[in-house]
Design a protein around this ligand. Structure first.
Ligand code: MLT
Length: 406
């Protein structure tokens, strides 16, 4: 008899963003004349930078000629991409990351979900609240939690991020094995200082724990004193894995390219407490289950590290950050407390009412889609998240609509 993974029955009905998309399309069907402005899921709207278009065209031409055609590439990614990432994203900031510690993939979402396959199922996992739902849901699927009750899964150590702690969770007061951190944070937009991050690195050393650091939004950091990578913190290479993405900085949400850094010094332990290195484990998993990102996509990703590519991606980021500024200043002007939007594309807004009620009000009365904070966890109740990923025109008209109804 084929039986199903019973952990799936513990999950909430559907993935947050699928749930929102269904609500929006139901609303759209019943109000076909209402134009909708989406500031919900963080999906980019601006076209790919010109450097990527040119690199794509060139790579497609190469694939069309026998002499330059390529079949399977290295599962870990082509050196031309891994080398420029190591140099420009890490070494230039004093982070000692080598190109063979970088694994190119088709998304940080997939990587942050897949990585936990290399850890034992009976580890204790610490997850911030609110949080990008993938971290939690994938651990539920893997059987690392008990049942869901009162907005929380048993067995998870929740790291509350609230206004009281400036949305920077405190170190857990109990022993944990795996810690998820995301800065600039999704959903709150909060950032962490080097000193703050160093405390987590020290804690991971003390606890023999591992940090999974999601840096998908690092490109939005304007304050240069803030760390863009956890590997800017001495000692992090032994206790951390980092996820990065081309989705938000270069508009690759539909193109798909990302990478995960697993330093060769990064360690875990076997059941007897002996050190086991994670680089070979992830390499084994990656090369067994993944056949690499397509050649033209990797060429397009590599193009953003050229001088023109850097200028073009900077322009994209600045464009979205101008939207973020508009959202934050308009919502603050309406008397709402806001976090984020200064070093991140998300603005976390204290909604003065139930998150889903606020979501419904914005959708029904203004035709604006947000993300209800409660969808990111219990501590998100009472908040909504607005995303800066849309055109400037749409963002300003969404703000006009919101101002009319609030
Ligand atoms: C979000 O809106 O939180 C993100 O777009 C989700 C993602 O990147 O998968």
């Amino acid at each position: 008899m084929i039986t199903t993974n019973e952990n799936y029955s513990k999950l909430q009905a559907s993935y947050l963003f699928s749930d929102i998309a269904k609500r929006v399309s139901r609303y759209q069907e019943s109000h076909p004349d209402q134009s909708i402005i989406k500031l919900g899921i963080g999906d980019v709207t601006m076209p790919l930078p010109q450097c990527c278009i040119e690199a794509f065209h060139h790579a497609v031409d190469e694939m069309g000629a026998e002499a330059s055609f390529r079949g399977y590439g290295p599962e870990q990614g082509y050196d031309f991409l891994r080398n420029v990432i190591a140099e420009h994203d890490f070494q230039s900031r004093g982070a000692d990351v080598e190109s063979d510690e970088i694994f190119i993939s088709d998304g940080a979402k997939c990587d942050s979900g897949n990585i936990q396959e290399i850890f034992s199922s009976d580890i204790t996992v610490a997850i911030p609240d609110p949080v990008y739902p993938v971290y939690l849901d994938t651990n539920v699927m893997a059987g690392r939690t008990g049942e869901y009750s009162d907005g929380r899964y048993q067995g998870i150590v929740y790291l509350d991020s609230t206004i009281e702690n400036d949305f920077l969770p405190a170190l857990p007061s109990q022993s944990v094995d795996l810690i998820y951190l995301c800065f600039p944070n999704n959903p709150t937009g909060s950032t962490i200082s080097k000193e703050g991050l160093a405390k987590w690195v020290d804690f991971a050393h003390q606890e023999k724990a591992l940090i999974l650091f999601d840096a998908a939004y690092e490109a939005f950091i304007k304050d240069d004193s803030l760390p863009k990578s956890i590997f800017e913190i001495p000692g992090a290479e032994e206790v951390a894995i980092e996820f990065r993405s081309f989705s938000k900085n270069a508009g690759f949400t539909g193109t798909r390219c990302a990478f995960t850094v697993v330093p060769k010094k990064c360690r875990a332990f076997d059941k007897n407490g002996n050190i086991e290195m994670l680089h070979p484990l992830w390499n084994r998993r990656h090369s067994t289950k993944f056949n690499g990102v397509s050649y033209p996509v990797q060429r397009a990703a590599a193009s953003i590290y050229t001088t023109e590519g850097k200028e073009q991606t900077r322009a994209l980021i600045d464009y979205y950050m101008k939207n973020a500024e508009v959202i934050r200043s308009e919502m603050s002007g309406l008397g709402y407390d806001c976090v984020g939007g200064d070093n991140s594309p998300y603005i976390w807004i204290s909604g003065k009412e139930d998150s889903w009620a606020f979501f419904d009000r914005l959708l029904n009365d203004a035709g604006v889609v947000c993300t209800p904070g409660a969808g990111f966890g219990k501590c998100g109740e009472g908040y909504i998240r607005l995303s800066a990923f849309n055109s400037y025109e749409n963002v300003t008209s969404a703000m006009e609509r919101i101002k009319k109804i609030l």
